[in-house]
Design a protein around this ligand. Sequence first.
Ligand code: SF4
Length: 542
Amino acid sequence: MSGKRKGHSVPGVPPNHPFAAFIRPKPVRPPAPSKKRAKAPAGKKEAGAKPAAGPTGRGFAKARTQQPPRRRPGRPGKRGPARDPERTRPPASSERVRPSARRPAFRRPARPVRPPARRARAAAKPARVDLRSLDYAELHQILSDMGEPAFRTVQLAIWLYKQRATRWDQMTNVPQNLRRRLAGRFTLHTLEPVTIQGSTDTTRKFLWRLPDGALIESVLLPANPAAYGEGSDRVTLCVSTQVGCAYGCRFCASGLNGWRRNLEPFEIVEQVLAVERWHAAQHPGLPPGARLIDNLVIMGMGEPLANYDRLLKALRILNAPWGGGIGARRITISTCGLAPEIRRLAAEPEQFGLALSLHGATDEVRERLMPVNRRYPLAEVTAACREYLESRGRLITLEYILIKDVNDGLDQIEPLARIARDLRAKVNLIPYNHVDGLPWERPSEEAQEAFLAALEARGVRVTLRREKGHDIDAACGQLRLRTEAELAAKPGTAEVAEAGGTAATPAPGPAQVPPETEASAPPEPAAEGDESPPSQPPADHD
Ligand code: SF4
């Protein structure tokens, strides 16, 4: 083969390869320097055997500072690569993708959930006051601020307390616009009768439902001289001042379920107005606005002086000639013995009467029945009563429930007579009403008479009261407890028998702790070894 080139060999190609003459050897490139070595600064030190500094070493940081500034690929610049025209071409409509598909959707951080504006405004607004919780001066100021003439106050007072209006539209001589404005700012609640019990001696017991569904009692004691040890021609109403009671007297049904809340002034005033409304409905021939109640005893459910301010406001409304028109001397406030509030009452200008629930003439017997005696022992309570007597000059009544083998012993006679003489007080003996299942018992009539005679023999002014309403659970708290037990048996809303029909009543709520004021602070718990029976018969309040 003439064209064969000799002396030319290519590594990896056999010399006898037919194209060996045309195969050029592949140029051999020097090996590329390693990355670390390329970044390492040149110099004598680099030439040495010293290893390159680590990523956190000083050598690494120095090398970073000597590198050219980084440029984003594709961005035009002096030293950067040219922009690829293909990449900058706008995509065809068929190639376009929605922005949401190109990048993750933007999500706002979660905001706190706000209540609707109207609800927030309602929550910020104070609860509306009932118009019957205002005294004359407050009513007058409000009407004056509304631009009304002074006689409007008289008109409203007549509608509220003489006509005993229950609706705004009954106030026919009050302009409609004013009624609408008043209805927007104030309530006009009435007590709803749940049960009205009648006794053979014409005593009536009312169980009322308050606007929040709580139940309270009032007892109407018509004039009936034969039923009392002391004759009376007055029509008396016993009213409540609290829902439940915190003082837990051992014989009282009112405190069995604890304290729930204080009554507002209008809820105390309304007890009088609601009974008079009921009476007017029973006697259609009576002239409009005719009064029924002329004597008030604050001895119903609750400790009256533990709700001092609201009670005094309500009593001033009931006492005022523009309001209830009941004389202050015909209003008696009963207390279990809150000494500071008795002193406070002594400083009031009104001539309200005072009754002390004594029920024991020595600390030992009284503590057994009334835990409050540990907070205010007999010496302190009688000292406060003496101040009241000196300030008011009014007769104090000592209420004394006679309970067999507890406080009816003749050992109580002498200390009781001493207290009564010291306070120039009248003692009202009340034989205890027996309740099946409870350990307390009423003393025999002989024992009652013996107790009465022993006091009279010591010159004490004393009456033995034949309990009114003995056949209708007239002792305070019994009717409410029984009704609440019925409601508890029917969860949610229950139907309760009522005079002339039925009424839906919500189940009662749980008992609460009263606010920690000196007046309303509950008494200390019973000490160990207290011999008081665990169950509690009904209260003396009637
Ligand atoms: S007797 Fe009066 S103070 Fe005592 S628990 Fe009953 S309501 Fe309260």
